[in-house]
Design a protein around this ligand. Sequence first.
Ligand SMILES: Nc1ncnc2c1ncn2[C@@H]1O[C@H](COP(=O)(O)OP(=O)(O)O)[C@@H](O)[C@H]1O
Ligand SMILES: [Mg+2]
Length: 279
Amino acid sequence: MADPTVIVVGNEKGGAGKSTLAIHIVCGLLHAGKSVAIIDLDLRQRSMAKFFANRAAWTAGNGQVLPMPVEPDMGDGKALAKADETEQMARFDAAFAEARASADFILIDTPGGDTLLSRTAHGLADQIVTPMNDSFVDFDLLGQVDPVTLELLKPSIYSESVWEARKHRAITEGRSAAIDWIVVTNRLAVAAARNRQRLEERMEKLARRVGFRMGPGLRDRVIYRELFPFGLTVADLSNDVRPVAVSLAHVAARQELRNLMQALGLDGGSLNAPLDAAA
Ligand SMILES: Nc1ncnc2c1ncn2[C@@H]1O[C@H](COP(=O)(O)OP(=O)(O)O)[C@@H](O)[C@H]1O
Ligand SMILES: [Mg+2]
């Protein structure tokens, strides 16, 4: 089997949408018929792990069958969060080896903040996906720029760690193993279009200087969180699987996700199938 593609979802800020993006990408891949292994390195929150536990419970309780990822066991997250780095790294190495042997894709969700585990995961990535809130406040998550000339004054700590990860991969695997870094604007507001245009112009400039590319954004939609307790995403909805009334917002969200998958070079799978609203 060829080496799986490793996708790491990361940025140093909590609440930006890492776990939300991670679960949507995983479900998109699963419905495109791919085998996916997941590793949740947010040992305290474990949002991605909880989501798939909800999914197992919901499908069992409703007599449904949905594709599931492989989840290498890293033991109790809270205990591991308190363990020393040697212990954490040993568990991660074992989980990664298991994931590597069993799947087409490995999806790693990371905590906000800089940890050895998170840094190591970034160094293994083929793709890094970074959600960023639709706001100037979050702009310096990627780098500080001169307000007038937009020259890059200083990369952010996170940008520096992606550079380190790239250097690490270039040394260990040669120049061809470049990391594709994609930044996705998340929770786009409907209003404030003019502000967004300014933001986007600045993002494009920053992208060239810091070395990432912009993916299509996701709007702020209830649908991205309301299915969490069922362990479902809009990629799972069909005429059989619809625990909530399906509206045009769901159809639009599927389109956004399809665009995102496409930007990642991935198959849209079930997201391409028509979905009847209000059925
Ligand atoms: N596009 C979106 N629309 C609506 N709610 C969102 C969206 N993205 C994230 N959220 C919500 O924002 C909160 C933080 O998202 P989460 O994915 O947990 O961030 P992180 O993993 O980066 O800490 C969660 O309550 C999540 O449901
Ligand atoms: Mg998270």
